[in-house]
Every structure is written in C-alpha cells, then in structure tokens.
Design a protein. Structure first.
Lengths: 293, 326
C-alpha cells in the first residue's frame, strides 16, 4: 500500500527511458508484495484442492498437513455420481439459455436503437440504461412472487428469464455505441446492393460487432453461472440445483465429511477457473470495458 | 473504436440511389419501418418490463399489505410495513452493516488496490501471471468462496493453525462466532474475492495514462511520489470514482457470502439488508413486509446511485455509458 511512497526518484538520463533501470533499490520490496499477493490468493485455493486428497482423519489431526497417503476416494466418488455432474449441467443449461436470450434480444434492440432514428428512441434507451441501477438481489422477493403467479417456480426458465432480463441493460449499453460506430457507408452500400435492413443486420452488422458480442456474452454467462440467491429461492427440488446452490447445500448436508466438502468445492472451481485461464483476455477486457468510464 | 474495413461493400459511392419516392411508396416504407422497429424492440422490452420493472411495481404494491404469500392479497396496511421496517432496530443494524462494509471498502480496500495496481503496472518479472492470479478469485461464485472460507476459518482449522505456526496464535478468534469480529471477517472474505476486480480496473486506467507525462514530470525534477500524487492519481480519477461507485453499490447488496457463512448471525451481528429481507420474507412468510423491505432496499440503492451520478460522476459520465467499449 505504501509502495508508491518508496518508488525511486526518477532521474533524467539522456539515453532512452529515464529511471527504469534505477528500480533495483525497490525491487526486493516489489517482489515481496507480489509474493504476498500470490500467497493470499493462491494458498486458500490450494488448501481446498490439496485437502480434498486427504481423509477426514488426516484433516482432523493436522489441518495444515499434506496428504499422506493421497486419498483419491473423495474426488472419484463425486466424479462417478450425479451430485457434481447434475448441478454442473443445470448451471450450464441455464447460463446458455440466459446468454442466448440476452445477446439475441439485446443485439436486436441495440440495432434498432443505434441505426434507426425514430421518436422516443432516447427515451427507450434511457429506460434500459436506468435498469443498470436495479439490483437483482433487491428484486428477489418480488420476482419470486411473480414467478409463483406465472407458474415458473422450480423451473429452469424461472431462473434463466429473470437473469437475462437483468442483464439486458448492460448488454444494450455496451452494444449500442459499438453498432453506432460502424460506418454508415457500409450500410448504404448494402442497401444499394439490394440488401434489406434485416439482411444488413444479420450478414454485416452482427459479424462486425463480434468483439462487443463476445464481451456481453462472457459477462452474461459469468453472471448467470455465479448467481446464488435467485436459484436458492426458485428451486425446491434438488435435481434443478445449480452449482453454487449445490456447493452450499452439500456443505450443510455432509457437515461431518469435511474431506468430501473440500473435494466438491475444489471440483466446482474447475469450470470457472479453467474458462478464466482460457478466456482471460475477453473476461478481463470485458469486465473492465463494461465499467470503464 | 473499431474501423470496419472488411470490404463487404461493393458499391463505390455512398450516395443511396433511390428513385424519387412517390407518396404511396413512402407511406408503405414508413409502415415497414414501424413493423421492423416493433419486431426488433418489443421482445427485449417485454422481457425487461416483465422481469425487471413489473416485479418492482408488484413489490411496491404488495408492500402495502399484511400478506403471507399464500392466497390473494389481504389485510391492507397502508404504509405500516414501511414504518415498521424503518423503525426496526434489526433492520437499522443490517443497514448499518451494509454502510460499514461500504466505508471499509473505500478506506481500506481502495488504497490497497491502488497501491497494488501501481506496483503491477511496473515492469516486473511474471507480471501477467500476477494479474491472472489477482483476478482469479473474482471469477469464482460467491457461494464457493463462502464455503471455502467457512472451512478455512473453522475453530482449530487451517487459518488458526497457520497463525499459531507463525507466532500469531494469540490473535486467533472465533472468526464466525464472535459478535464483535464476525462482520470484519465477512469484510475480509469479500475483500479476498473482489479486490482483484478493482486492481484490474485500475490497471486498465493506468494503461490509459501516457508515459510521456510521467517522463516529462521526471525531467522537470519531480520525485516519484510527486508524479504519482499530482499526475497519476488525478488522471486515474475517473476510474477511481467508478470503482468507488461499484464498491458501494456492491456493499449495499451483500448477500451470498454472509448467508452461507453465518446466515446473518450470530444474533444478527453480520446481517445485511438482503439477509434481513430473505429472513423475514421467506423464513417467516411475511411477504407483504418483505416486499416493503425490498422496496426500501431498492430505493436506497437507487437514491445513492442518482446522488453519486449527479455529484461525483458528473464530469466523468458525459458519455460514459456510451463509451463502454473501445
């Protein structure tokens, strides 16, 4: 935190980038902080993964020890039962539905709001933009009441539809300026060539908007994947549980079997962390792009 | 911004070659446009109104009734629910906890994020790996984070053992059972999960500051501290203000971590508005009352957002919503 205070005095040097080489005085401190960050971030994750390879007896004797011997049973029993695969499938299905819906409807709306001019356009855009300020957690109880009325409780759609709806504002807010920036000449040219506006939208505008579409898709998928409160309220039968819900429930159901909870938690991290490592650029770019002023 | 240069266009001129429209043709084109707009806009509008605006309207209405969630609305109560909620010390404490978490994230989390971001912005070995690691907790579900930390913080568990091993055994607490500690434990867990997001955001902001500025200041004899204070931090201002906004809005909505780790307990010592809402609305079947609480929570978030936009983000948001990508 005080790192900036101790940064070296930058001295002008006639050759190239001044001061860069004078970092040495501070470097050990820098690396110490870096090491601390790594430790704080990684140790808890490693603890969960490694302790999943121990038996309860081992964990109880020494919470900080390493597996001795390595126990595969915790992981193998989970990987061969539906306890892990079913919630994984549910989470994936809900996230795919929510993402497809919000990206599909969002890009259509963004197209209308960016490349048509009509009365009330800004008002509609503002309506969506204001939705950015609506927290889904505050809306959870009224959503429950609504879902009850329309018979979507304990139904995958009862989670996917509201998730898509709450994701619409950010999707439109990101897509509209992107679509707007695409040159009008391209559209005119397409029209001259006899393309209808829908054809222009489908064959030209959407492909050109791919970077922005990737961003909003990743955002929608991650948000849906991680949501806990809405599935908690909507689902009563365990066969519909999503991964976050299943992990939390598993913890209370198997309170005595710490090793198995650890293994389950570790397995549940794999999809998110795996996708993160693969799609880091999109994710980080997407998140910082989505909120950057 | 993008420069679409994939040559999908074949026409040489941008002038649209349309025959002078006769009146009926124009009218039918107008109709067609209307139809197109309806087709494009109505699905999104329906979804948005149905699942975002309507529930909030329903809540505002239901909040006027003593209602248990079963059968038709009954027992008109006027503003009674709102009055009861606002004067309930348990709700007041929950709100206070939200505010405390917000204050802590500005006073503690933010300076740390800025420090780490400045550090990671330097050229050090393994920088990209560091960034990856710092951001990793953010992608985990809060539920998973909560279960993980509940296990780590068990009495006699991993954290306690590590602290004893490094000679801090005297500081070991009942992290989740001590009334005076539990809220700070929640704050630490939330920090572990969310600080990486702030750091990445700040790093993105730092990349936008031209290196020439720092170099020019250095040439003029400014110390690194002066450069940071007078050039870097002010230029990072918009990012910091957005980050503060997101931190506070997030703090007002804390639910998952607290609900899973403590359920808001012990004795409501870690309750938040959202855990209060779920407790009263669902566990006690007070749907009318819960709706009123939901509306209050919503109004608090909304009012904060408007005030913040108006007074703090005023300079930054000119087009902020419209410059989101690129």
């Amino acid at each position: 935190m005080t790192a900036t205070l101790e940064a070296p005095t930058v001295q002008p040097s006639p050759t190239g980038r001044p001061g860069r080489r004078k970092i040495s005085a501070v470097t050990p401190f820098t690396y110490l902080v870096a090491l601390l960050i790594v430790g704080i971030t990684v140790v808890p994750l490693l603890f969960v993964i490694v302790d999943g390879f121990r038996s309860n007896a081992q964990i109880n004797t020494s919470p900080t020890g390493l597996p001795h011997p390595w126990v595969w049973h915790n992981y193998s029993s989970l990987l061969t039962s539906s306890a892990f695969w079913q919630p994984l499938g549910n989470s994936a299905l809900i996230a795919v539905i929510a993402t497809a819906l919000v990206v599909g409807l969002g890009s259509m709306a963004a197209f209308a709001l960016s490349r048509y001019s009509f009365k009330g356009r800004e008002a509609i855009y503002l309506l969506f933009a204001v939705g950015l300020l609506f927290p889904i957690n505050a809306a959870s109880l009224p959503l429950y009441v609504l879902l009850q009325k329309i018979g979507l409780l304990d139904n995958l759609l009862g989670v996917a539809l509201p998730e898509a709806a709450f994701q619409l504002p950010i999707t439109i807010v990101i897509l509209r300026p992107f679509m707007r920036a695409i040159s009008g000449e391209i559209e005119d040219a397409a029209v001259v060539d006899g393309a209808s506006r829908f054809r222009f939208f489908w064959r030209i505008l959407l492909p050109l908007s791919r970077p922005a579409l990737a961003t909003v898709s990743v955002l929608a998928f991650v948000v849906s994947w991680n949501t806990y409160l809405l599935p908690l309220l909507v689902f009563t039968s365990q066969q519909h549980f999503t991964l976050p819900l299943a992990v939390a429930t598993f913890q209370t159901q198997y309170a005595q079997d710490t090793a198995k909870i650890l293994a389950f938690t570790a397995l549940s991290m794999v999809p998110a962390l795996g996708c993160f490592v693969l799609a880091e650029r999109h994710l980080v770019g997407g998140f910082s792009g989505a909120v950057k002023g | 911004m993008i420069h679409p240069n994939s040559a999908t266009a074949t026409a040489e001129t941008s002038a649209v070659a349309v025959a002078p429209a006769t009146r009926p043709a124009r009218r039918s084109r107008g109709l067609r446009r209307k139809l197109e707009l309806t087709l494009l806009l109505s699905p999104a509008l329906l979804l948005f109104i149905g699942f975002v605006l309507l529930p909030i309207g329903i809540a505002a209405y239901d909040g006027l009734y003593h209602w248990t969630g079963f059968g038709p609305l009954s027992g008109f109560a006027g503003l009674h629910n709102y009055r009861v909620a606002l004067s309930d010390p348990v709700f007041q404490h929950a709100l206070l906890h939200n505010v405390l978490i917000a204050v802590l994230s500005i006073v503690i989390q933010l300076p740390i994020s800025i420090g780490v971001a400045l550090l990671l912005n330097r050229r050090i070995r393994g920088r990209s790996l560091l960034r990856l690691l710092v951001f990793a907790p953010y992608v985990l579900s809060q539920a998973i984070t909560a279960v993980m930390w509940a296990l780590l913080l068990q009495p006699g568990g991993f954290v306690d053992e590590v602290m004893k091993a490094v000679g801090l055994g005297g500081l070991v607490q009942l992290w989740l059972a001590n009334l005076h500690i539990v809220l700070y434990t929640m704050f630490l867990v939330l920090t572990w999960q969310f600080i990486g997001f702030g750091i990445i955001l700040l790093l993105a902001g730092l990349q936008g500051i031209p290196a020439e500025l720092n170099e020019a200041a250095a040439l003029d004899g400014a110390s690194a501290w002066e450069t940071t204070r007078r050039i870097t931090l002010p230029l990072l201002g918009p990012t910091i203000r957005i980050l503060m906004f997101l931190s506070i809005v997030g703090s007002l909505q804390v639910f998952d971590v607290v609900w899973i780790m403590t359920g808001g307990g012990p004795a409501n010592a870690s309750s938040t508005m959202a855990t209060y809402l779920v407790n009263r609305g669902f566990q006690s079947y007070e749907f009318g009352y819960g709706s009123a609480v939901a509306v209050i929570m919503f109004v608090i978030c909304f009012a904060f957002a408007l005030v913040y936009q108006r007074f703090v983000l005023r300079r930054d948001t000119r087009g902020a919503l419209t410059r989101a990508v690129g």
